[in-house]
Design a protein around this ligand. Sequence first.
Ligand code: GLY
Length: 366
Amino acid sequence: MIPLVITLSLASRSYPIYVGQHLLTKHNILLPYLSSKQIMIVTQENIASLYLPILKAALADYPCDVMYLPNGEQYKNIEQWQGILEKLIEQRHERNTTLIALGGGIVGDMTGFAAACYLRGVNFIQIPTTLIAQVDAAIGGKTAINHASGKNMIGAFYQPRCVIADIDFLQTLSAREYRAGLAEVVKYGLIQDADFFQWLEANMALLLSKDESALLYAVHKSASIKANFVSQDEKEQGLRSLLNLGHTFGHALEVANHYEGILHGEAVAVGIIMASFLSMQLGWISSSDHQRIQALFDKIGCMKNLPALPLPSDFIRFMQHDKKVEAGKVHFILLKGIGQAIKTSVVTDQQLKQTIEWAADLMVNV
Ligand code: GLY
């Protein structure tokens, strides 16, 4: 099968997103995006044991340095990021080097931020191996590391030369990581495409079984929606912020748990359900739409065994540290219907408290 290609349009910085199978083996698509023979692959041990040999075979004539990052969002920090830079300096990487991120969102975000800063910016390629990275994190040039006070607090917009999303990599992804990634897929239906949401309702069982054609459709559709948003608003001046549905709540949850015990996609799933409940409270979506959203997340099953929610006062404090605070006001992405998102700050403390209390009860009973 020929890879599907989506173009993320940013004038001279436009780049392709390849979606397909056997992309590094049958289709030799990587080589045109290298800028010299110097390469550093950044990955993690568990991913390397599965996919590094395939990548190295695709780069047979290229001597590659490999840098390993530890697993876990709690390591997406300044020390690990500095470790990438130290290795680049130690191995005398030059301006025309290429950094290849082979892994999930943590690897991609940290590699991208290292590429943005090393020698004021070097070539960078994303090879996402998780669902969440294939549909979201690897696309659009948001690169960052976390700070104890907030997620992705330190970073840069820095676009890759290409994104290679091979759905074969998803076959080895753990059930937990896979289900967490589906939360971001659902997000695209909710913010932009009611037909896609309906397709997800009808095809979730197939997707959960990692059916190849369902996966190809879902990854391609999600990546296309993401690329379209970023092409119109790279630096998140307006439209792109709609991609943050569920993230104001979700990031607060991740920070409250010190980035442990809850995956990003799981936090986003809880955040989306909360945004849906809040939208219903405001009279913007019907209770039947809210129930459809909740039912889809129940089917995905990505909200089980998560840490308890913080108390409303703590939850609100964590939200106030988020990047989405503007002029001291917390902004939310809420729904005006399935397929229609809106950015707002017209939420009272009482509505927020009710939403947090509702979600705390929900989490105990899922
Ligand atoms: N993950 C949201 C964005 O890339 O804008």
